[in-house]
Ligand binder design. Structure first.
Ligand SMILES: *[C@@H]1O[C@H](CO)[C@@H](O)[C@H](O)[C@H]1NC(C)=O
Length: 982
């Protein structure tokens, strides 16, 4: 977070922050970024030249070698413009059909950064055993897949790589001839460096100047590379100069999806889930999407500018198939998106440095893409159960007594909350982990007072360290040489951030890893300073890790700063924040003897960050536009692998009216990560401060969230195994329904069957919801049965301020815990309610996953995993049978956190510890007529009541019939069956 007030204090900066608005001039547009301008100019020249355009890159057929594993081939690549420069191309087919394409300069005067994938991947992928490359005169190809449906073809001249499925092109690389790997060169003084007028569009550069003509004559490469050394050797932006000691080294590549009209992914951008265009006839955005982790103050609600995190993953989707790519690049990257036709998409990727290291994921379904991508970068970590509750934050709770009072107020009003947060002002002079003794004289007692009621605290620890002799964390990092260096590679880099003059830990240095873990120990250590004024109930918030540097170019580090191994900051920028949350996650886990699952929130992220905790959408505004776009952004983050996501409830900036705040709690209650947060200049806005009816509405939403914790936790278990996200947009659920491709304001929660559409506009009383299938959908609250249709149907539903449109898809069984409690920890032994929403065929199923929520004992088989089924038994007669059975032993190859359990024991210690927990109510929606008896199978009659209504199999809409079975006394951990008879 950045504040006007505090920036005023740091008067040295004075980056004109006078008005509350996005500071466009703080950040580069493509035309202000040398390599992006060059990349776009290349594409403009290609468009101009049309069919006469030909990529100068080609494979030397004589250089092809197929490795003994048969799945890998390598070849030399040349550019006709630079016959002396050599490139090496390598293609590998993995055992799941993913194709990895790598290209690097060979024997160049420098080495390109090639470690991005090394950070992102969880393991070196295994190559396929069933691949055979066949080499011809003009190309080399491999046909593979279960039905030989996939084919990868590399055409030699010009170089073109295509992935096909059933003969249809899925992904094409360099089909438009925009591949260009700028090789390393030495500066030749005789070539005139033309002064670039500021803010040129690429197009103008080529259209422009007499110099063009002059240089062209002596420069045959100009048709391809342009005729000027445009920002090759030095680059200025505003008052900063990037020394660019390595010269030009950017990488341009066109990636087309000739049979896919919709693309998703490449978060983080504030825009729709289905990405709008940036090129073509009438592009929605004029600049490409940018991936360059940045602390963007008051970001716009609709824009391709980069914000805090970057995941270079893209899905291309059509009714036929979904394919994906993961571009393992860590440097600043711009991506143009254009539509060649309604059913075809062209993208152009321009990166500042690094090798080409691209993964083509063949799909063909969204689930396959999630599986293929998680096999590369890992699945999300299973969060601690308490962290799925409600988090109360603001900048700042100003003292330990303030924290105690806020906790008391929540309890007085019976409003559930699990976590209290402290922003930067807890620390003395923003020396993180050093408590300000004036305001927090008794931090351990304060944390214990919170923990005594089963709650936790999250405290902020940023990556900038105040450069002062009385800050042991800085002193130790400095003495051990663990800080990022300036371009000279000798001096500690110094920049300005919250703590004034600061330096940054270099987590690319392995020596920093063990040291950082030591810092978080709550006991005194002989090895160095440790945070003894902390307890295991304290978890961590990593903010500002883009990194944010108030007086740096684009509010971040200079690109010529040097990290461990001699790499420039330019090469590693987008991974930098992930390493910080990675190591913080490890440090928090390493505090306890029985390791407990850490909670770490990060603002910056990269592919792989899903393994370390949660993210949020940063400093949003308290506006309806931001509320709406934040819902879409959280969906986009989910499909890019990071399910544990949310946005600041209430909006970080501004003072939302009570009705807006109520809506924001509805948004938050249906986001995986649910935290309210507010800027230091805002009025306090904890739910207990409001009058009725608003307070009651917020409390209801919080209680709804808590009642659904079993649903969220079960969905998280699934994503830890399959990578299928917790939030599922329409194209994921119904990949063949084109009407759903653009839908990004309603979504499903896991496999629970819950469909939700948060309202993100003022004064709404009703809304339309799209039902993509011929199925019954029950209103969660009043049990109204709506009917979808095979071709999709819009229904109109009530959505007044106290209402959130929430439906159970027919065919689902939803487990909840409905006793209002003050925190999730007090729900451990609460009974369950099951909502059985019969589908149109009279069937329903659901599952429930439980474990201790805190330790890693689930990886050793300490969990409960049940399946509930409602069906008509085989034998004749009118009966519905609802049963519960163990799933853990039924699915020996599935578990959690990627740990496979071959020998699961349903009667494990954890199951025993909740052995008394029962089902207290079963609500069956949509049975046809009033039953004659409801009983435990082979046992006693149960107490029930029945309200007649619409049946699941009816064609008509209306309030569904409701059978309520009261206290059936069946146990959650045991097998049981209940029959409903006529
Ligand atoms: C996480 O940190 C460990 C070092 O403790 C490192 O080996 C690993 O590659 C890191 N992973 C990511 C994705 O940053």
């Amino acid at each position: 977070m950045r504040s006007l007030q505090l920036l005023g204090v740091l008067s040295l900066l004075l980056v004109a922050q006078e008005s509350l608005a996005f500071k466009a001039h703080d950040f580069k547009t493509c035309s202000q970024s040398g390599f992006c301008r060059r990349g776009r100019a290349l594409s403009a020249r290609a468009k101009e030249a049309k069919s006469s355009w030909k990529s100068p890159y080609s494979v030397d057929p004589g250089s092809i070698t197929v490795a003994s594993d048969r799945a890998t081939f390598t070849a030399g690549v040349k550019s006709s413009l630079y016959p002396d420069i050599k490139f090496g191309l390598e293609l590998r087919v993995h055992d799941d059909g993913v194709v990895r394409v790598r290209m690097d300069e060979v024997g160049g005067i420098r080495k390109r950064y090639d470690e991005a994938a090394g950070w992102a991947l969880i393991a070196e992928p295994t190559v396929s055993k069933d691949i055979k490359w066949t080499s011809g005169k003009k190309n080399i190809r491999a046909v593979y897949g279960e039905k030989k449906e996939n084919e990868i073809v590399v055409v030699f001249e010009p170089l073109k790589i295509s992935l096909l499925r059933n003969g249809k092109e899925q992904v094409v690389l360099n089909g438009q001839g925009l591949l260009h790997m700028e090789h390393f060169r030495t500066k030749t003084p005789e070539v005139t460096h033309t002064e670039e007028p500021a803010a040129q569009e690429g197009e103008e550069v080529i259209a422009n100047s007499e110099t063009q003509v002059v240089i062209k004559a002596e420069n045959p490469r100009a048709w391809f590379e342009g005729d000027t050394e445009d920002d090759w050797w030095e680059e200025t932006f505003s008052s900063w100069t990037d020394s660019k000691p390595k010269g030009p080294e950017s990488l341009s590549l066109d990636i087309s999806f000739p049979n896919h009209g919709t693309i998703y992914g490449i978060p983080q951008h504030a825009t729709r889930l289905a990405l709008p265009t940036t090129t073509g006839e009438s592009p929605v955005f004029s600049d490409p999407y940018r991936l360059y982790n940045a602390d963007v103050f008051e970001y716009l609600a609709s824009s391709p500018v980069s914000i805090y995190g970057s995941i270079p993953v893209l899905h291309a989707h059509s009714v036929d198939s979904t394919v994906g790519i993961f571009d393992a690049v860590a440097s600043e990257t711009w991506i143009d998106v254009g539509r060649a036709s309604e059913k075809s998409t062209e993208t152009h990727w321009i990166s500042e440095s690094g090798i080409l290291d691209l993964f083509l994921m063949p799909g063909p379904t969204p689930e396959d893409i999630f599986r293929q991508y998680s096999k590369l970068t890992g699945t999300p970590v299973l969060p601690a159960h308490w962290s799925l509750g409600y988090h109360q934050c603001r900048w700042n709770y100003v003292s330990s007594d303030d924290v105690r009072t806020v906790q008391k107020r929540f309890d007085q009003d019976d409003i559930p909350v699990d976590v209290f947060w402290l922003d930067i002002e807890y620390s003395e002079d923003h020396k993180y982990m050093i408590w300000d003794e004036k305001t927090f004289p008794d931090p351990v007692e304060m944390v214990n007072d919170v923990a005594a009621l089963g709650r936790k605290m999250v405290v902020i620890v940023d990556p900038h360290l105040k450069r002062t002799s009385n800050y042991p964390v800085y002193q130790e990092a400095s003495e051990r040489g663990l800080l990022v260096k300036t371009k000279s590679a000798n001096d500690e880099y110094e920049g300005w951030c919250w703590s004034g003059s600061s330096s940054w830990i270099d987590f690319f240095n392995p020596a920093a890893w063990e040291w950082w873990k030591g810092v978080f120990k709550t006991q005194k250590s002989a090895k160095g300073w440790s945070w003894t004024q902390s307890t295991e109930a304290v978890h961590i918030w990593n903010d500002m890790n883009e990194p944010s540097v108030f007086n740096g170019p684009e509010i971040t580090m200079p690109k010529d700063n040097i990290h461990h191994g001699g790499w420039e900051h330019r090469d590693v920028h987008n991974i930098n924040g992930m390493l910080f949350s990675n190591l913080t996650h490890q440090a928090v886990a390493a505090r306890s003897d029985t390791p407990k699952r850490p909670f770490v929130l990060t603002r910056a992220f990269y592919a792989g960050s899903q393994r370390f905790g949660a993210m949020w959408t940063g400093d949003n505004l308290g506006t309806w536009e931001h509320m709406a776009v934040n819902v879409k952004m959280v969906l986009s983050i989910n499909i890019a692998g990071m399910s544990y996501a949310g946005s600041d409830v209430g909006g970080f900036f501004g003072n939302p009216e009570p009705d807006m705040l109520v809506r924001w709690y509805q948004v938050g209650a249906f986001a995986p990560f649910f935290r309210a947060h507010a800027h230091i200049d805002t009025k306090r806005r904890e739910p207990f401060l409001y009058d009725q009816p608003y307070k009651g509405m917020m409390r209801d939403m919080l209680r709804l969230r808590y009642s659904m914790l079993p649903v969220w936790y079960t969905a998280f278990r699934e994503t830890t195994v399959t990578g299928v996200p917790v939030l599922r947009p329409h194209y994921v659920m119904f990949p063949k329904d084109p009407r759903g491709f653009d839908i990004d304001d309603q979504y499903y929660v896991g496999a629970s069957g819950l469909l939700v559409k948060p309202i993100t506009a003022k004064d709404v009383t009703e809304t339309t919801v799209y039902l993509a299938e011929d199925q019954v959908y029950y209103d969660y609250f009043n049990h109204f049965a709506y009917r979808g249709a095979t071709k999709g149907k819009d229904i109109t539903v009530p959505a007044a301020l106290h209402q959130i449109p929430l439906f159970i898809r027919g065919g689902s069984i939803v487990p909840t815990r409905e006793r209002p409690r003050r925190s999730s920890t007090s729900m451990k032994n609460d009974p369950f309610t099951l909502r059985v929403a019969l589908g149109k065929a009279g069937y329903a199923r659901g599952d429930l996953y439980l474990d201790d929520g805190e330790t890693y004992s689930h990886q050793k088989g300490q969990f409960v995993w049940r399946e509930f089924i409602a069906e008509k038994p085989m034998k004749k007669g009118k009966t519905i049978r609802i049963s519960s059975k163990d799933l853990g032993s039924a699915k020996p190859n599935e578990a959690v956190d990627g740990v496979t359990l071959k020998t699961f024991n349903p009667a494990n210690e954890f199951a025993k510890s909740i052995g008394d927990v029962r089902v207290e109510k079963i609500i069956v929606l949509g049975i046809t007529t009033k039953p004659t008896a409801v009983r435990i199978e082979g046992g006693e009659d149960l107490i029930w009541d029945y309200t007649p209504g619409v049946a699941c199999s009816d064609k008509k809409e209306g309030i569904a019939s409701v059978l309520t079975i009261k206290d059936p006394k069946v146990l959650i951990t045991k097998d049981w069956a209940i029959t409903i008879q006529w």
